[in-house]
Design a protein around this ligand. Structure first.
Ligand code: ME8
Length: 690
């Protein structure tokens, strides 16, 4: 018996086309669905479009179209956008589908049958925001002069004067809702949103809700006749929320096997803007109808640009996800990798639930440090080593090397085991950024394994353990390639292809909980990998900014990185030093420089100094040197241990951040794109560089 997993996104309004905010929700839902599919869960993923209501009717009128013409034009653009950015395995619902309309009418009827007093006729008078399609009290609005405005859309709200309407007795459900939330702590997630709703239900008197409108016609007709003969359409939120249920009812009846199977497992992923509709109105309707409630409401924060929410009504913030992913498709592998980079940034940068400001600086930082450097280097180094040495030292597992204790092979296996559990746990909890944090920890450990074992030195020494070492590298790469699948599906498929594994992605847990015991078949040993994520240098960054932000008015686009000097030493240059060429120097001038190969023994962050790392470096002298280097933005301390660097060994010692720095490390580039001078094979520490 497989466990059902049912994830939904909001159904988006069709008064405009999709932007990065919509893409964020859909991408997170896609990643969670991919994870559950990999685990063999019976996964259902639903998105779609919300096509009725005053807002859509007004947008159609503005464009000289009928509402039906407008929705038929715009709804496919959402579907196309999701296909273009690789969203997979979803069902797409439209609220103008006949079956959906039938289910909404059936829900209304069911509430009347079960609780006849819950739906009644009365008169509505008050404020309405067409942008939110919501009724507001003055305490929920802001006043500017004589005008009341909605806090989300920052636009004036409309006064509805004594409109006859059907009401839903929402007030009756405050206590049952509080009881349900108390009994199911995971019902509204993350905690800050549960607290918000609990406080709303406890402190504010829940008022009955108007659930029909008579002043426009674009909606589902209310099933109950009005004694005065007025034509009512059902309130668009009652109509829209029902999509999560109606998609499970193939013949329009509320009694359906799919609904019974999936709906109690439903996770409604939404933006925080529509939390109240989902965690108060929707469960109250379901309670009134005697239907089960969804498993949970999972709310995320807003993506902003220069602090302003990305939204349809703010054109200057409206980043197009297709343009962005195309702009990031800089490598030989093209668009799929651009899409993966966008997905990675959105899911890694901000913990689900928090707001995040989109900046090119943070995007390029993530791209270069995490994708090009950490992941890209690991893939490249591992496959290159396997390609170079596997013929002589075939990758095979030598169980004797897993005897436990301190040896690096056993440690790597332990780390792999911990990572597969930790990453899965975070994804089960719907926390992609934490999952990625755990995954990148393991990528760092695998990179360190190469530094520690030094396969090139083993090859030179004809060490027979090299075969086992290559096997461990293959297995850790395979494990990582599987685990990145939910977030980086194309990258994963590419790496698995290089490893010769064409089977569908699956979560890497082996027999008895061991990871490396799961042999995925014969893995290729001669793959020549191409670059997955090329480092974005300044011209590439500038081209991406122009492509994505080109259409914005100056000053409104997301912040672009400030131009940087062409090169910089890893520590601040001495006073008077510049990047400009100094002109030819004599050999004697050059000979004054004592450049030596050093091996990093330890590396640690320097408290309160974001750029600096405190290193100890072996220069083949009696005592390792202390070196303070400004490379923290490009290298994590653990990635440096064991690395060979070139050190200016005769630079006068200098006090930095309270430490006496006894040398300078040569480096190329700047901050996130910084690279340390490398030597392509093992050289004894202290060797002079000429
Ligand atoms: O509200 N940051 O549709 P909608 C993050 N039709 N997410 C964002 C975002 C941003 N800046 N902007 C939009 C509706 N979103 C209703 C929903 S459901 C029964 C009916 C995402 O087109 C986020 O998921 O206004 C938000 O909740 C949704 O788009 C709103 O889309």
């Amino acid at each position: 018996m497989t466990t059902p997993f049912y994830i939904t996104t909001p159904i988006y309004y069709v008064n405009d086309v999709p932007h990065l905010g919509h893409a964020y929700t859909t991408i997170v839902a896609d990643a969670l669905a991919r994870f559950h599919r990999m685990r063999g869960d019976d996964t259902r993923f639903l998105t779609g479009t919300d096509e009725h209501g005053q807002k859509v009717e007004e947008a159609a009128t503005k464009r000289g179209l009928t509402p039906q013409q407008l929705v038929d034009q715009v709804a496919p653009r959402f579907d196309e956008c999701w296909k273009t950015i690789g969203i997979d395995g979803y069902r797409f619902i439209r609220t103008t589908d006949a079956k959906h309309k039938l289910v909404v009418a059936n829900l209304w009827k069911r509430i009347r049958e079960r609780n006849p007093e819950d739906i009644y006729l009365a008169t509505y008078q008050g404020w309405y925001c067409v942008g939110c399609e919501a009724f507001y009290t003055e305490s929920q609005l802001v006043k500017d002069g004589d005008t009341w405005s909605c806090t989300t859309h920052k636009k004036p709200v409309a006064w509805i004067d004594k409109e006859r309407s059907w009401f839903f007795r929402l007030s009756k459900y405050a206590k049952p809702l509080l009881a349900h939330i108390a009994a199911h702590p995971e019902f509204i997630r993350p905690t800050q949103y549960r607290n918000e709703i609990v406080s709303f239900l406890e402190k504010e008197e829940l008022r009955d809700l108007s659930i029909s409108r008579t002043s426009f016609a674009w909606g589902i007709p209310a099933p109950d006749p009005d004694p005065e003969g007025l034509a009512h359409v059902i309130y668009v939120w009652m109509d829209a929320l029902t999509n999560y249920y109606s998609d499970l009812c193939p013949d329009g009846s509320l009694e359906s096997a799919d609904a019974a199977k999936y709906f109690p497992h439903a996770i409604h992923l939404i933006g925080k803007d529509i939390l109240r509709f989902h965690s108060v109105y929707w469960p109250a309707f379901l309670m009134a109808a005697g239907l089960p409630l969804p498993h949970s409401i999972l709310a995320h924060g807003w993506w902003t640009v220069r602090g302003e929410k990305i939204s349809k009504s703010m054109p200057a913030t409206r980043i197009d996800p297709v343009t962005l992913s195309d702009a990031l498709a800089v490598g030989p592998l093209g668009r799929p990798i651009g899409i993966d980079a966008m997905r990675y940034y959105l899911m890694r940068e901000v913990p689900l639930g928090n707001d995040g400001d989109f900046t090119f600086e943070s995007l390029f930082g993530r791209f270069n440090a995490d994708l090009a450097n950490d992941l890209g280097n690991l893939v490249n180094r591992s496959l290159t080593l396997i390609g170079k040495f596997a013929a002589e030292f075939p990758p095979v597992c030598d169980d004797a090397q897993f005897a436990g204790g301190e040896n690096p092979h056993w440690q790597l296996e332990t780390h792999a085991f911990q990572a597969t559990n930790a990453v899965a746990r975070e994804l089960e909890l719907c926390a992609p950024s934490k999952a990625l944090e755990q995954l990148w920890k393991f990528i760092g450990q695998a990179n360190r394994y190469i530094d520690q074992t030094q396969p090139w030195a083993m090859a030179k020494a004809k060490d027979p353990v090299l075969g086992h070492t290559l096997w461990c590298l293959q297995r850790s790469l395979w494990t990582i390639a599987q685990m990145i699948t939910p977030v980086l599906p194309s990258t994963s498929a590419t790496i698995l292809g290089w490893l010769g594994d064409a089977a569908p992605a699956r979560w890497p847990i082996g027999a008895g909980g061991r990871v490396f015991t799961l042999a995925p078949g014969v893995l290729a040993t001669d793959a020549t990998p191409s670059v997955l994520f090329p480092r974005l240098d300044e011209p590439m960054q500038a081209a991406i900014v122009t492509k994505v932000a080109g259409e914005y008015a100056a000053g409104a686009a997301p912040a672009a990185p400030a131009p940087k000097p062409a090169a910089k030493a890893a520590v601040k240059p001495e006073a008077g030093a510049t990047d400009a060429p100094a002109g030819p120097i004599t050999y004697e001038d050059f000979a004054k420089l004592e450049l030596r190969v050093g091996k990093v023994l330890t590396a640690a962050a320097v408290p309160k100094k974001d750029r600096l790392l405190h290193l100890t470096v072996d220069l083949g002298e009696a005592k390792p040197r202390t070196i303070v280097a400004g490379i923290a933005e490009a290298y994590k301390p653990e990635a440096l241990v064991g690395k060979q660097v070139i050190v200016v060994a005769n630079l006068a010692p200098r006090k930095m951040a309270g430490l006496m720095s006894e040398g300078m490390i040569l480096a190329a580039g700047d901050e996130a794109i910084l690279g340390l001078s490398a030597i392509d094979h093992d050289v004894p520490p202290g060797t002079r560089v000429r």
